[in-house]
Design a protein around this ligand. Structure first.
Ligand SMILES: Cc1cc2nc3c(=O)[nH]c(=O)nc-3n(C[C@H](O)[C@H](O)[C@H](O)COP(=O)(O)OP(=O)(O)OC[C@H]3O[C@@H](n4cnc5c(N)ncnc54)[C@H](O)[C@@H]3O)c2cc1C
Length: 252
């Protein structure tokens, strides 16, 4: 069973994001980039599928040369092949069109994406790829069982679990809890450094025009410093707290 995993390189969630001077992008200086955490679940699941059913795992990203780092992380975990797609991707749809065109050529049984990328948080790419390929899709998957004909997936719903049957080929999006992603072994990391990353260019006729355009990007406003009440007995503390809530916070 051949699986393609869609991997995006994103800023580490611990990074303090600054907006660049143009006001629509983050300033990449000093940012530590990692593989999107939901894509780690996707890579792990693909490796488990391969261990159970044979076949191979190909990781694919749309991005610049730096995105090779995310591909190498996946190779170090155990993926067999890596493809970096150069394309004029400007929104989820153009990104998905580039991905779908390469997936068509690779012809896998299954595509697994993360349920969302933690930087742009659009949560669109997996579903758009499924729609462009006209394949069944199951989103926010937390459990997966496959047979050569199809699969059964559990997905998270409010307060419960939904069980869904689907045929192959299909696109799934991975939710936290699907598995426990493995750490890359030292030999795996060494091997991944030497592995060739296939480069594929997708031209503008395929990606087409974007349908979304980012017009502004804001970071949250700095929060004002809190007030700490000290050196008072309980009665005075309660009185002062009520005064502050009333006069300063205007809550009561
Ligand atoms: C080189 C490049 C330049 C871009 N420039 C701009 C720009 O100037 N302005 C702008 O608004 N947008 C730009 N984009 C698009 C934007 O950064 C996102 O990739 C796109 O909007 C997808 O939305 P998302 O990141 O929220 O993904 P989501 O839909 O939240 O991601 C869900 C899942 O889809 C997969 N996925 C998402 N993105 C990729 C990817 N690139 N490669 C492989 N798998 C992926 C992953 O599995 C991910 O977990 C650019 C993208 C690329 C690759």
């Amino acid at each position: 069973m051949n699986v393609v995993v869609l991997v995006k390189q994103v800023p580490d969630t611990a990074t303090r994001i600054k907006v660049s001077s143009g006001g629509v992008e983050i300033d990449p200086r000093g940012v530590n980039y990692v593989m999107n955490p939901y894509d780690e679940f996707a890579v792990e699941e693909a490796l488990r599928v391969k261990e159970l059913h044979g076949g191979q795992v190909t990781v694919l990203t749309v991005g610049g040369e730096k995105a090779d780092e995310a591909l190498r992380t996946a190779l170090a975990m155990g993926a067999d092949e890596a493809v970096r797609v150069s394309a004029d991707a400007k929104d989820p749809l153009t990104t998905a069109r580039a991905i779908a065109s390469v997936v068509r050529e690779l012809g896998p049984d299954l595509v697994i994406a993360g349920k969302q990328a933690v930087d742009d948080d659009q949560g669109q790419v997996g579903s758009l790829v499924a729609a462009l390929l006209d394949w069944p899709q199951v989103t926010v998957v937390t459990e997966l069982e496959l047979s050569p004909e199809g699969g059964v997936a559990e997905r998270e719903v409010e307060g419960g679990v939904e069980v869904v049957e689907f045929s192959l080929p299909a696109v799934l999006t991975a939710q936290k809890g699907l598995n426990e992603p493995r750490y890359a072994s030292l030999p795996g990391i060494m091997k991944a450094k030497r592995k060739e990353i296939r480069q594929v260019a997708v031209d503008a006729a395929v990606t087409g025009e974007p349908v979304l355009r980012t017009t502004a990007l804001h970071v949250p406003e700095e929060r004002s410093a809190g007030i700490i009440l000290r050196d008072m007995d309980a009665a005075a503390l309660a009185k002062e707290l009520v005064r502050l809530l009333h006069e300063e916070a205007k809550l009561i």
